[in-house]
Design a protein. Sequence first.
Length: 265
Amino acid sequence: MAFRFKAGRLPMLVSMPHAGLEIPDDVAATLAPCAQARADTDWHLPELYGFLEEMGVSTISARWSRYLIDLNRPPENTNLYPGLDTTGLCPVDTFGRERLYQEGREPDQAEVQRRLDLYWRPYHQQLRAELDRLKAEHGAVVLWEAHSIASIVPRFFEGRLPDLNFGTAEGKSCAQGLEDAVLGVARAQDRFSVALNGRFKGGHITRHYGQPADNVHALQLEMCQCLYMNEAPPFEYRPEVAGEVQPLLRDMIKAALDWVRKDAR
């Protein structure tokens, strides 16, 4: 199975496309040693968001590493941030610009297509099916794209990233009311810094599936990993630190759910 999925009863799906760690043996044999660390993983997100199951929220998370294929990139491999650096559908280097593959063993177009069919499409088929199910049952649905990244990545941004980075494709992927509801909760506290449509505006999943006119509302949250884990290898989860941000995460999720149940239609 290309993903882990748990169906819920509420009008929300939380997607974690970069949480996977596994790499199949045939691909692992072509990778450079630096790939073993899986440094660019959205580490421990299923654990951080572990409260979702008891709330009744559907979840889908990747099993396979983004080094195999990036589920949050368009299948055509177009750049989501024209003019800015980013990694591609089948990355060939790490966020730190280390070569991911042994010399001459990068995936060719046939291999990229194979990975699309085997790993990318099943995730998106399940994601689409669950959004359709929840929308049919409730009339509207929220797609919450859960991501995390090291707080300092010079390749992509200068200095330290804000703690909580929301992306709504400049307001195109969700209704203004949902954006206001979630950001209102985020900005009501002063412990964690907040940005909206800054360096991260939402990836392919947010932009593609977020169709507010069709009552499918998507937003992405890119969190600094220092809010819940060690950012250096071996990237340990820190439950005592995570416990400080989890109540806010829960409150933001609840605000999104309250909005979609009352005001979306």
